[in-house]
Design a binder for this molecule. Structure first.
Ligand code: SF4
Length: 442
């Protein structure tokens, strides 16, 4: 059952608030290609990061035939094709449609759903939120209102382990061990039955749309709503027929309102979370292989190698990795992990590329002050390190990391724990980063 559609204000009330933007959402999609300096760019939303074998092969084919031969894994577990040739849009759309990667043309950019990658695989979570992701995806695509969400609006479905709950989503569901889930949106936190979790997430998103229209400031994200424009989550849940129990809780950097009751045990503190470590993972029903993509890039050949027969599913992760479930025993999982290591993927935390990331930089991004991917240096251990070609820091990780940003004088600035360090030479750069990575947190 879909939520009944509440009235949408046609004329925003004049509350004297300043619009934060006047332009429409130009976020790239599979159908709306972005003209980058290295060619056209397509961003494909993959709810839960899920790709079937057929879809994986379609993306590999698209990368080879139309793009630069590789695929980027984004910080939302989505996929990007770069270096696409002019005029390839129709052929790309047909490839994706045939593979089931375009279930709705009108909703293709709003299917931003991250879900715990190991849900249902390692026996640790409280719910298989990958199933919630599929249900939410179907509900989103069936909702006319949801087509009005920004391409930046994010849902996070956490199976209770606290990995994706800290990714700064607009709507977060956190599964509990009692068959219920905590729904968080803005300052609201309510508990809902797990069976209604996906419908509750959609209802919360629709409530945001109503609040955003009322504010009239052009907000795309929940955190952009001005003060005084509360999101009517409770009313929206009621219209959707979801029984919700209010929780005295506020989100974001605030933890609990003064005098609030203790937080429920399943509502874990927010934080950066950590994705699956590379290696093999045991579960009640089999073994899973976990790898990471060096600098978030997978060649078409590596993509195809991810899935050995008869495995039929890959989940891309918000930590720019992939998990491959479906191995009967540890030996076959280990053999596949080793094969992926030989193919150039990160298969252990002892890899010098583990924890190292970079934005697109030159030549793909016109804003970049450097070819950061050429400048990146590997290293071992400690904090993640992220290289950016400019101050925007696209795709940077959540939580603490070593921040390496190109500067106008052709150098980089390294910042860790709030202490910027100017680095004039490359030799000093490597030493500074190594030191910053191993500094202990204050
Ligand atoms: S951080 Fe700057 S240089 Fe890097 S991709 Fe973003 S805009 Fe481009």
């Amino acid at each position: 059952m879909l939520a009944a559609m509440p009235p949408t204000p046609t004329t925003p009330p004049d509350r004297g608030e300043r619009r934060i933007r006047d332009r429409g959402d130009a976020c790239p999609g599979a159908l709306r290609l972005h003209a980058a300096d290295d060619g056209l760019l397509a961003r494909l939303r993959l709810p839960g990061g899920l790709l079937t074998r057929h879809q994986l092969c379609a993306l590999a084919t698209a990368a080879e035939r139309l793009g630069d031969g590789a695929l980027s894994v984004t910080s939302r577990g989505n996929a990007e094709l770069r270096g696409l040739t002019d005029g390839c849009g129709a052929e790309l759309a047909e490839l994706l449609r045939d593979a089931g990667l375009l279930p709705s043309d009108t909703h293709e950019r709003v299917r931003n759903v991250v879900a715990s990658p190991l849900a249902g695989l390692d026996g640790l979570g409280s719910a298989d939120v990958q199933l919630w992701a599929r249900e939410l995806d179907a509900l989103l695509c069936a909702s006319d209102r949801a087509a009005g969400l920004s391409g930046r609006f994010l849902f996070a479905l956490d199976d209770g382990r606290g990995d994706v709950a800290g990714l700064g989503a607009d709507v977060t569901l956190l599964a509990g061990a009692d068959g219920r889930a905590v729904l968080r949106v803005g300052r609201h936190a309510v508990r809902v039955p797990a069976t209604d979790a996906a419908r509750a997430a959609l209802a919360a998103a629709e409530a945001f749309l109503t609040a955003a229209a009322g504010a009239g400031t052009g907000a795309w994200r929940v955190r952009e709503l001005p003060e005084g424009h509360e999101i009517g989550v409770d009313e929206s849940l009621e219209r959707a027929g979801v029984a919700a129990e209010p929780l005295p809780h506020v989100t974001g950097t605030e933890r609990s309102a003064p005098g609030a009751a203790p937080e429920p045990p399943e509502d874990r503190p927010e934080g950066p979370g950590t994705g699956p470590l590379p290696g093999v993972v045991a579960g009640p029903d089999g073994w899973t292989v976990s790898v990471a993509a060096p600098l978030g890039r997978l060649t078409a050949a590596q993509l195809r190698q991810l899935l050995p027969a008869p495995a039929n599913e890959v989940r891309l992760t918000p930590w720019r990795g992939a998990v491959v479930p479906g191995f009967a025993d540890r030996g076959t999982a280990r053999a596949h992990l080793d094969a992926l290591g030989r193919a150039g993927l990160i298969t252990g935390t002892d890899s010098p590329w583990w924890g190292v990331g970079a934005c697109t930089g030159r030549p793909g991004c016109a804003k970049s002050l450097a070819d950061v991917r050429a400048d990146v240096t590997p290293g071992r251990g400690g904090l993640p390190v992220y290289w950016s070609g400019c101050e925007r820091r696209c795709g940077r990780p959540q939580g603490e990391y070593v921040d390496v940003v190109a500067t106008r004088d052709g150098a980089y600035r390294v910042t860790a724990h709030g202490s910027p360090v100017p680095v004039p030479s490359r030799a000093e750069l490597e030493g500074t980063i190594a030191t910053a990575r191993t500094r202990t947190t204050k």
